[in-house]
Design a protein around this ligand. Structure first.
Ligand code: ATP
Ligand code: MG
Length: 406
């Protein structure tokens, strides 16, 4: 009997299924995350069953909504809307008959929706106690579809549709394609990191990539108010809220860097301004991370992209802190980073032209191969500790929630 009381979605968990002893932990985390994303849809059930996750919703919930929401849960590899056939208490022949008729009905739907002319069956028997083997199940299903849909022909090489049939204990499932998720690992399985979030294209992508591997994210943003505007601040908040749609709410620390920038400009060589500012950013971020129990810093730096991201500059920046600095974009080209920003939905906000604190006091000829001794000598002219303390004392903290999923 076909289950017509609810909609069924089969969710595959990809890599998290490979984690040996941790498998059930990962799957439980994933179920929790999926439940959270589907919270607006009352009466939705999410359950694990033998390596797969089944989502059940009311029949009034649009497929696209479920696919969109579940598709952005990290750890989800793919999702398939499926027809469920209840075959409990049936013998094998009855089960084949019920499932075969469901497959024919499903194929009829594909003719109506997409005008398919050819198909093939891909059958699997997850319940090994079921007495009919997969190739035979496939042949029998094919016969039901051909009988039920006279316009269809079998094409095993280039079918318009591949219809999957999966016989499990007590239930059989008929479905077609898979909608791909982002993969990765469930949020919360890999600690917490602090992203240095500018208003640019790169840093939101970097935060996404780390979160995609299961890491919770907090953010620190530096501004140079009043040289940078309130609108520039709103832009960064908007980026954070898009990110929160993937990685949950974000605690965002906003810190005014202007007093530090002024001290640097007054006391240090002009060409070192950028690298000195960057080291201050790292040091302040490290303090914030320790307070917030973040384990790592995350930046959107990419090798050689600008003067402050040459190999030499990155080494000097790195040595400002003892905490590990993750740079997931380090070997990526800008065009690929931009593609990814479009895919995750941050690009259009990132390209809005608002001023950034790095563009205030930009040196005309920044050093591209800074030497650590020189930079340390310049820093020794400043009371770094007092400047950092003062900046931290004035910080603002906001909790940023996810933007409504459109
Ligand atoms: P993005 O597109 O992320 O702004 P970018 O190419 O403009 O990157 P930089 O401005 O040199 O590069 O910044 C490199 C990294 O330093 C950023 O990816 C970000 O992690 C951090 N960063 C830069 N400016 C800020 C800022 N105002 N607040 C917080 N972090 C910043
Ligand atoms: Mg930037």
């Amino acid at each position: 009997m076909i289950n017509r009381d609810e909609k069924i979605f089969i969710v595959r968990c990809g890599e998290s299924a490979l984690k040996g002893d941790n498998k059930s932990y990962f799957e439980r985390m994933l179920v929790q995350r999926i439940k959270k994303f589907l919270k607006p849809y009352e009466g939705t059930a999410v359950e694990r069953n033998d390596g797969l996750i089944f989502v059940r919703t009311g029949t009034d919930v649009p497929d696209e909504d479920v696919l969109k929401r579940v598709g952005r849960v990290f750890g989800v590899d793919s999702i398939s809307p499926a027809l469920e056939v209840v075959i409990e208490d049936m013998d094998a022949e009855q089960a084949i008959d019920e499932t075969g008729r469901a497959a024919a009905e499903y194929a009829m739907g594909l003719i109506e929706k997409r005008g398919i002319k050819t198909f093939k069956i891909d059958a699997r028997r997850a319940d090994k106690s079921f007495p009919i083997e997969s190739p035979m199940i496939a042949r029998r299903m094919g016969a039901y579809v051909l009988k039920g849909c006279k316009v269809l022909k079998v094409d095993v090489h280039e079918p318009d549709a591949t219809i999957f049939v999966n016989i499990r204990r007590g239930r059989a499932y008929v479905y077609e394609g898979k909608v791909r998720g982002f993969g990765g690992l469930p949020l919360g399985t890999n600690g917490k990191g602090l992203v240095l979030l500018s208003g640019g294209i790169d840093s939101p992508v970097a935060a996404f990539m780390m979160s995609h591997r299961g890491m919770y994210i907090d953010a620190v943003h530096f501004h140079s108010f009043p040289y940078t505007s309130e609108r520039a601040h709103e832009k960064v908040k908007e980026l954070a809220s898009i990110l929160a749609g993937y990685c949950g709410r974000i605690r965002m620390h906003s810190i005014n860097l202007l007093p530090i920038q002024e001290q640097i400009v007054q006391n240090c060589p002009e060409e070192e301004t950028t690298i000195l500012v960057r080291r201050f950013m790292m040091k302040i971020a490290e303090r914030v991370a320790r307070e917030e129990e973040s384990m790592m810093l995350i930046t959107g730096e990419s090798l050689g992209q600008v003067a402050s991201q040459t190999a030499e500059a990155l080494v000097v920046t790195d040595q400002a802190v003892s905490m590990p600095v993750m740079r997931p974009l380090i070997a990526m080209d800008k065009v690929d980073i931009m593609d990814m920003a479009r895919e995750i939905g941050t690009y259009d906000v990132s390209i809005q032209p608002y001023e950034d604190c790095c563009t205030v006091f930009l040196p005309r000829h920044p050093v591209t191969k800074p030497r650590l001794e020189r930079i340390l000598a310049s820093e020794s002219k400043l009371d770094c500790e007092a400047l950092i303390e003062a900046a931290l004392a004035e910080q603002e903290i906001e909790i940023i929630y996810q933007k409504d999923l459109q």
